[in-house]
Design a protein around this ligand. Sequence first.
Ligand code: ADP
Length: 486
Amino acid sequence: MSKENKKPILSINWQIFISMLALTLMFITITWAFQLAFLNIIFENVKENAMERATAHVEEISSYENFSAQLDAISKEQDISISAFHFKSTDEIQTVFAQDGSIFIESEGNEALLQSWFKSAFENENHKYSPSISGELITVIVADAGEANDIDRTWYMIILNTDITPPVGTIVAVRAMHTLLSFIFVIFAVVVAFFLSKSISAPVEKMSKKAKSISLCDYDVTFEEKGPKEICELAEALNSATGELKKLSTTQKELIANISHDLRTPLTLISGYSEVMRDFPDEITPENMQVIIDETARLNSLVNDLLTVSKLQSGTQVMDLKLVSITKAVSDTVKRYEKLLDHKEYNITFEHDGEAFVMADETRLLQVVYNLINNAINYTGDDKQITVRQEISGGIVRISVIDTGEGISEEDLPLIWDRYYKVDKVHKRAILGTGLGLSIVKNILLLHGSRFGVSSEVGKGSTFWFEFKVEKTVKNDVGISQKKAE
Ligand code: ADP
């Protein structure tokens, strides 16, 4: 099986749950690792800063009155152990202040060490010395006690010290807090995953059920546009897709019904007349034969129109654009109709001013003119008046085909260009046309990039028009004269 065809095993719920849990575990692991790796470093850093601040405070002491109280305050504020000793020149050491817990509380064994620290600090220019002892941070400060004359000076030695490894209690407390936090995070992740998966997967599951019914050609489903933004957008897209599919399926059904109806009518007539003429030789009359010829012609034009529409819509039709006299094309079509309608009292006039040349596929252009004039003849009023008008303005030539018929209502106007659209459902086309004329007109004009349209007033008539860009004009009539445009 190829990789793309593999169905995912996990549901969206499990995917969200596992992702949330993985995220939480990652977070917990990182914080544990941080605590193990950096707690000591951070603790040491904090203590170093406290030591710096305490040293600065001690150095700022200017009066030795309440000396112990001042040292005690600094020690408590910075959490640093402080001891102070009084040195005389006779090397006699006397403790003046020793905080509880200090390692330097006066003791016999420490005296030598204290002497050496005093010496080291004393010899340093800034009277400060930092002995290095592992796990401890120590600063020794020597200050003039200022209590005796030059020969018999007295000094204070202040020792600040602190542990730089976190106390065991602190480590245990931090770990306990971490364990508790980890539990809280896991529970939180489970709760969030539950609600998240509910809000995402529930609408998706509903949608997938409905989408399955579309594949069974049930287009009456509506997708709820509720939930996160992407789900709403998906529902909207699916709703518009089902709408289109529904329209398509209706059009397809209508198309098949219309085509079969239109094919059946002439076929019934042909077979009916043929049978009558076979069974009753008296009925073999020119009139009856003419019916068969007419109906065959009708079938022919219907099949031709269907082929034209399908070719135009499939995009396989290539336009053979040439410089064409649109005025001559219209005039010739009008003349042909005049002859055809001679004995039927139709009055068809062509109004124009000058001759206009356009870039067009002549055969297709003639098809447009033919279809529009044909419709005008079919739908015009009792006065049987049809006017074809050519107007040139601003480099554009507009051809209008005007009739005085019953017109088209406003709601039907945008729809008449569709294949097989009938204004009234009374099937007039059997006599009048194939129902594909305007669809052919629209597709040809679209391929030419032309503007086109219709204006119509119910009871008064319709004006169908289209426009072409003028390439060239000739002022004089070239034997195509009808009436001058007003
Ligand atoms: P048809 O063969 O039915 O004329 P068309 O595609 O040419 O098919 O036209 C579609 C519909 O538009 C017609 O059935 C008719 O109802 C309406 N129509 C077209 N031309 C006119 C017109 N000049 N006056 C009134 N209605 C028209």
